[in-house]
Design a protein around this ligand. Structure first.
Ligand SMILES: [Mg+2]
Length: 231
C-alpha cells in the first residue's frame, strides 16, 4: 500500500486523528499547507482550518461513560445476580388470584365456557394479585434471582399474551423479560419453585418445590419467613 510521506510525517509528528489526516491529504494536493500555532492548518498562508471534533468527542465520551458504568455498576450487579439463588414463581393461585378474574366475567360467558373456564378470552389479564404477592416479590427480589414460571391453556391463545400484560402491569420492574411459559417446568434449573400444584413438571423440579397453599406454606407471609434471611 502506498502511503504519502507527508501524510505519514504529519501523522507521526502531530499524532492527529484519522479525520485530520484525510483532510490534510486532500488539502495538500495543490495547496501550500502549514501548521499554525492555533488551529489545525493554514492553506496558502491565508485560509485557517480547524477540524471540528464534536462527533469524535461525543463518541469518546460515550465510550468512557460505558466503561465507567461497566466497571462500577454493571459488573458488580452481574456478579451479585450470578451469586444469588434462583427462584421460579408460578402465576395462577400463587401470584395471581384466579377467582378474581372469574368474578368479572358475566354468567352468560361462564355458561358458554362451562367446564373449560380457563379458555375464556382475556380472562387472565383481568385477575388481581394474590394477597401479599406484590410486596413479597419485591422483598424476594433483594435476595434472589427471580423468574416467573407459568403454564397457559393451550386452547386459549389470549392467555399467553394476558400473562405478559399482567406481569407488565403489576410487576414489570421485577420480571421484565423474566417470564417463562411452558408445560415442562422440570426443564428449568434453579433452587426453588413456588407453585400450588405438582403438575406440568413441578413435582419433578430438581430444586426445592415450595408448595404454595399447603399446610407449611399457606400464604406469602409463610414463604417469606422461610426464604428471607433472619433479621
Ligand atoms: Mg398455579
Amino acid at each position: 500500500m502506498y502511503i504519502n510521506f507527508d501524510v505519514w510525517k504529519h501523522f507521526c509528528i502531530f499524532a492527529v486523528t484519522l479525520r485530520e489526516t484525510i483532510f490534510f491529504n486532500q488539502l495538500y494536493q495543490g495547496h501550500e499547507v502549514r501548521y499554525p500555532k492555533a488551529g489545525d492548518f493554514i492553506a496558502d498562508r491565508k485560509h485557517l482550518f480547524e477540524i471540528v471534533r464534536t462527533v469524535v468527542l461525543t463518541k469518546e465520551m460515550c465510550r468512557i461513560i460505558c466503561i465507567f458504568l461497566s466497571i462500577f455498576l454493571y459488573y458488580p450487579y452481574k456478579q451479585k445476580k450470578e451469586n444469588m439463588k434462583r427462584v421460579f414463581i408460578d402465576m395462577d393461585n400463587v401470584l395471581v388470584d384466579f377467582q378474581s378474574g372469574l368474578d368479572q366475567v358475566s354468567e352468560e360467558v361462564k355458561a358458554e365456557y362451562a367446564g373449560r373456564l380457563d379458555e375464556i378470552p382475556g380472562l387472565f389479564a383481568k385477575m388481581k394479585p394474590m394477597e401479599g404477592a406484590i410486596e413479597a416479590v419485591h422483598e424476594l427480589q433483594k435476595h434472589y434471582d427471580l423468574f416467573i414460571l407459568s403454564t397457559a391453556p393451550w386452547k386459549n391463545p389470549s392467555a399467553w399474551s394476558d400473562k405478559v400484560e399482567w406481569v407488565t402491569k403489576y410487576l414489570d420492574d421485577v420480571f421484565h423479560k423474566r417470564l417463562i411459559i411452558l408445560h415442562h417446568k422440570d426443564l428449568c434449573q434453579g433452587d426453588y419453585l413456588i407453585d400450588d400444584r405438582g403438575k406440568n413438571g413441578t413435582s419433578e423440579f430438581a430444586g426445592e418445590w415450595i408448595e404454595f397453599g399447603s399446610e407449611q406454606f399457606p400464604n406469602w407471609e409463610s414463604v417469606l419467613r422461610y426464604l428471607l434471611p433472619e433479621g
